[in-house]
Ligand binder design. Structure first.
Ligand code: KE4
Length: 431
């Protein structure tokens, strides 16, 4: 904190660091990638949130996806208030959990049975364990740049050589915990075929973000996912779509609806909780019947299916099912992307952008990336200048060049236009 700063954000950040590592409860919030002081949010409404100095921002994170109907939507807030008035948590089944499970099974055709959990990490970790338990196999395949939460066997980077097993990306993860994790290149069909040719019948599962949002936004090619589906079917491996971010974000039926490909298991989160902790994993009844208490694969959670969180999630899911919701959301993201691209072009800044449904990516490079390496080649320094320029203008994008952005139903034409005007000024300054 600078000595003369009177910003409440600086004061709170200094205070927070006394009792919480890095002053944050999730690393990306610390602004380490972009520098500067994180904004401490005091309240949010619609497309906006407000920091500890009372400054208003147009929010393009939406809590990293959950706030798809806009912050503090009156229907969601009321549902939470009504549920809370009946008790916060019971540790026993409720009607709300049954209705949530029925809704997810109806809206995601590949899901016949589902288990609710409290975070995306739990959802993917449980799906992996189920895949290993159901197949009796140990090996798993993931892709560089895809993030599936912080379960040990998923905190792994590509091995030294092609088709060598991964090395931990985090301290505290023993080599043994990642020795069965193979890390391949996203959108690389040849590598996938080689892996299955050499060890296919020992692969328990492949886990993939069908629309990647943790290496900025990168679309899987249809051929990549189709070949993945074929190889998993051929070798009896479980195909897991991690739709924690893309689920109910890129389409009502998620990326699996967009691509017309049915995974064996799906992980969900974010939107299905509407901002409260609800996540889920589900698939065929046959696979899910491996789960305790009826099957041998154990998984549990004190707050799984929490009634207040489920009320927020169910109300959010009701709103996103309204006719035209995703057409409108996609249109708004498209307007944002087109406007930012035009503004950059006017200023002569090398920039491009892409959007899928209600999520978008911005790249300080000539072309939209389709691989992790192409994304990493983008001009991170220029992104950081743009990020801070927009922050000063009252527009809050993800505080890292390797994250996707999100629009909500509350980001109307006036909000998008205000964002583009701010971008025009910032692009002119950083050109
Ligand atoms: P959580 O455990 O954070 O609820 O979900 C983990 C996860 C799993 N799968 C995908 C595709 C995800 O995007 C995530 C979490 N996304 C990050 C955004 N990059 C959450 C932000 C954070 O880590 O604070």
């Amino acid at each position: 904190m600078s000595t003369e700063s009177t910003s409440q954000n600086d004061i709170l950040f200094a205070r927070a660091q006394q009792t919480t590592p890095g002053g944050v409860n999730s690393p990306v919030r610390a602004f380490r990638s972009v520098g500067g002081t994180p904004r401490f949010i005091t309240r949010a409404q619609g497309p906006y949130f407000y920091d500890a100095d009372g400054k208003r921002y147009i929010d393009y994170i939406g809590s990293w996806g959950p706030a798809i109907v806009g912050h503090a939507h009156p229907k969601v807030v009321k549902a939470v208030q009504d549920a809370a008035a009946n008790g916060l948590s019971f540790g026993a089944p409720t009607l709300g959990e049954v209705e949530m499970a029925e809704t997810l099974c109806r809206l995601v055709p590949s899901i016949e049975q589902v288990r609710l959990v409290s975070s995306g990490t739990e959802a993917t970790m449980s799906a992996l364990r189920l895949a290993r338990g159901a197949t009796g196999r140990d090996k798993i395949v993931k892709f560089e740049g895809c993030y599936h939460g912080h379960a040990d066997s998923l905190l792994v980077k590509a091995g030294s050589g092609l088709l060598t097993f991964g090395n931990p990306t985090s301290a505290g993860v023993p080599e043994d915990f990642v020795k069965h994790t193979l890390v391949l290149d996203y959108n690389n069909i040849a590598q996938l075929e080689d892996a299955f040719e050499s060890m296919g019948d020992t692969i328990a599962c492949v886990i993939v973000e069908p629309v990647a949002g943790n290496m900025n936004l990168i679309r899987a090619t249809p051929e990549f996912l189709r070949r993945m589906r074929e190889l998993c079917t051929q070798h009896g491996s479980v195909l897991i779509f991690d739709e924690v971010m893309s689920g109910f974000r890129v389409a009502l039926g998620g990326a699996q609806e967009l691509y017309g490909i049915a995974p064996d298991l799906t992980a969900l989160g974010k939107v299905i909780g509407g901002g409260l902790p609800v996540a889920a994993f589900g698939g065929s009844a046959e696979l899910m019947h491996n789960m305790a208490p009826i099957g041998p694969v154990y998984q549990a959670g004190t707050l799984s299916g929490n009634p207040v969180a489920v009320a927020a999630g169910m109300t959010t899911l009701a709103i996103v099912q309204e006719p035209g919701f995703y057409d409108k959301l996609s249109a708004q993201a498209g307007k944002l992307v087109a406007g930012l691209t035009a503004a950059a072009q006017e200023a002569g800044v090398t920039f491009c952008a892409d959007s899928v449904g209600g999520m978008f990516g911005m790249y300080f490079s000539t072309n939209v990336p389709s691989t992790y390496g192409q994304m990493m080649a983008g001009d991170k320094t220029r992104f950081n200048s743009f990020f801070h320029g927009m922050l000063d203008e009252g527009v809050y994008f993800a505080p890292a060049a390797f994250e996707a952005g999100f629009v909500s139903a509350a980001h109307d034409d006036a909000v998008i236009a205000e964002t583009i005007e701010a971008a025009r000024r910032v692009f002119a300054r950083i050109a």
